[in-house]
Design a protein around this ligand. Structure first.
Ligand SMILES: [Zn+2]
Length: 295
């Protein structure tokens, strides 16, 4: 009986080893990430340089805040923490119904917020055009009023436009009516200029939002589009184009929504080289709507 029991034990041990091997092979990183050196240091920052860090830190701890796009698309989950590739950055989930990233292995969205200087925008548009890319712009109504030709060019080049409020105020400090008014004003201006709606894409000014803001935006037909990787081109004073490029290339992973700004000269300078390096690594740069459609 004893020898029979030990035989059973050996068979079980063999089975367990086979399962471990199988799990290890399943958790291999997707092809797009092969370019990242396996010895790359783990990313230190839990969030991606979000301007509203305190608020984000609070929400990052709430596991119930799951992103729809991330939930509905499949991604290989590593079997054990030790199997997580070092470049597999933790991304915050955001509020319920909010979009912060998707789980595509190769698609990423570059997003450009406009509210400040339009000066670097023609260069950004030129670079995107020569790369044959269509991306997502979040425009304030005021910026549109001041730069009607750029707004028309953005649409003519095939980019999509989201609503970034009328006058770039923190929506958490506005009444429900004022929030709705900000969104409607911008929608009307963009519609008048381009014949296009900004719905359903909305990016809260300063990233400032809460459940009430998102609920009012939702009633107006908008979904908040946050980001999973901040270029810091507006947040960090004096940032150089090289720093922006390194920051993004060091951290990017499939499904990311990257925050950049139309008013950043360093971003405009970094863009062409950054795009070509991202593409060489196998990333496909798409609009937010395409990233989240799961296709
Ligand atoms: Zn902004």
């Amino acid at each position: 009986m004893d020898s029979r029991r030990s035989q059973v034990r050996w068979v079980l041990a063999g089975l367990a080893a086979a399962i471990m091997l199988l799990l290890a092979s399943c958790s291999a990183p997707p092809p797009a990430r092969k370019a990242s050196p396996p010895s790359a240091p783990a990313v230190q920052e839990p969030d991606r340089g979000e301007p509203d860090r305190g608020e984000l830190a609070r929400h990052a701890t709430k596991p119930e805040h799951k992103l729809k796009a991330a939930v509905t698309t499949k991604e290989v989950t590593p079997a054990a923490p030790s199997a997580v590739p070092l470049h597999h950055r933790k991304r915050m989930a955001g509020y319920p119904g909010e979009i912060t990233h998707a789980s595509s292995p190769t698609k990423i969205a570059l997003t450009f917020d406009a509210g400040a200087s339009p000066a670097p925008t023609p260069s950004i548009l030129k670079t995107l055009k020569s790369a044959g890319l269509q991306v997502t712009f979040f425009l304030t109504g005021k910026w549109c009023e001041q730069n009607p030709d750029l707004v028309k060019e953005i649409v003519a080049d095939g980019h999509e436009i989201g609503n970034h409020s009328y006058s770039h105020q923190d929506f958490r400090k506005l009444s429900d009516d004022a929030i709705a008014e900000q969104l409607r004003q911008t929608e009307d201006i963009v519609m008048r200029l381009t014949g296009r709606t900004t719905k359903p894409l909305f990016r809260p000014p300063y990233g400032g939002r809460d459940k009430r803001v998102l609920s009012v935006a939702g009633q107006e037909g908008y979904t908040s589009v946050y980001w999973s990787l901040d270029s810091l081109d507006a947040f960090k004073k004096g940032i150089t184009s090289q720093e922006i490029e390194n920051r993004i290339l060091d951290r990017i992973q499939g499904g990311d929504i990257v925050l950049m700004h139309c008013g950043s000269a360093p971003t405009a300078d970094a863009l062409a080289d950054m795009i070509s390096k991202l593409q060489k690594r196998g990333y496909q740069i798409v609009k937010v709507s395409e990233l989240t459609s799961g296709g």
